[in-house]
Design a protein around this ligand. Structure first.
Ligand code: AMP
Ligand code: ZN
Ligand code: FE
Ligand code: FE
Length: 283
């Protein structure tokens, strides 16, 4: 177990635990710092902060995960310590979530056209907050079309899948700027997932110039070799070695649970410092 997990989802997006359940799990496991990073939503934060009052040693970093796009690739950005109550910021998140609804609807239509009907009402019921492809995967699972959520992505709703639909997305630079614009710290999520390491090396200087502060080095299923490579890429670019589990509580075999993977407590301290917060404010 680690003390820090900076990438976690709740029912505010596509996680299966409520913010309180997630915070309790982290608190009971003895974590010291966690970040709640739902897709395009900060709706889980109030409940998370309230739940954390029961765990005197647990600190919650308010966070977000934004999806951005460059041709052929998707880059996810994590934002920490943002002034998330900012009205314009919330307005933009609302628009992103509306884009998610529209796009999920189109994927459901695509599935229907392929002879795999799922109920749109059921998808909406499964999504308490920001709707995402995992909710569609779950509805497909319930219909018996697939036997794991991964299978839905591999066969149908993955980026190159026959039922995939796009939605308007930020460029990575604009994503970093959006996070910085509300005083947040921007970190690139799961860099291996974006594709070739050469592409990662190519894009990082630009993102760093736009205000990126770190990349995830510790993540879910990353091997020691991958961690080592990402550590050196982070160092080469003067970026913090962040990370977390990206826990969604899907219950699938091999899923890394909160606290199983994460960066050092020193990284958390660096983030607090970058956010202009006194380290003593760490409980
Ligand atoms: P969306 O935000 O709708 O684009 O859906 C992306 C989310 O789906 C990610 O944040 C993951 O939670 C999940 N996801 C992405 N790829 C896979 C996959 N291959 N298998 C299972 N879940 C996935
Ligand atoms: Zn997700
Ligand atoms: Fe992600
Ligand atoms: Fe995530």
């Amino acid at each position: 177990m680690v003390e820090v997990d900076l990438h976690l989802h709740t029912t505010a997006s596509d996680g299966r635990l409520t913010p309180s359940e997630l915070v309790s799990m982290a608190g009971n496991r003895g974590l010291k710092v966690i970040a709640i990073t739902d897709h395009d939503s900060t709706e889980g934060l109030a409940e998370a902060f309230l739940a954390a009052e029961q765990f005197p040693d647990l600190n919650i970093i308010p966070g977000i995960e934004l999806s951005s796009d460059i041709p052929g690739k998707e880059i996810h950005l994590l934002g920490y310590f943002l002034d998330y109550k900012n009205e314009k910021f919330q307005q933009t998140l609302t628009e992103f979530r509306e884009g998610r609804v529209d796009r999920a609807k189109r994927m459901v239509q695509n599935l229907e056209a392929m002879g795999l009907p799922v109920s749109w009402e059921r998808v909406l019921e499964l999504a308490d907050g920001a709707v995402g492809r995992p909710h569609i995967a779950q509805a497909m699972l319930e219909k018996g079309y697939i036997s794991t959520p991964q299978e839905a992505f591999a066969k149908y709703i993955g980026r190159n899948g026959p039922a995939y639909a796009e939605r308007p997305k930020l460029t990575p630079v604009d994503g970093v700027k959006m996070i910085r614009g509300v005083g947040g710290i921007a970190v690139m999520a799961h860099p291996i997932e974006m594709g070739e390491l050469s592409d990662l090396r190519e894009i990082l200087p630009t993102l760093r110039d736009a205000g990126l502060s770190g990349i995830e080095v510790h993540y879910g299923t990353y091997t020691q070799d991958q961690i080592q490579i990402l550590s050196s890429i982070a160092d080469d670019n003067g970026l913090l070695q962040c990370g977390g589990t990206d826990y969604h509580a899907l219950g699938t075999p091999g899923e890394k649970e909160v606290g199983m993977v994460g960066p050092t407590i020193e990284i958390a301290r660096d983030l607090y410092k970058l956010a202009g917060l006194n380290i003593d404010s760490l409980k």
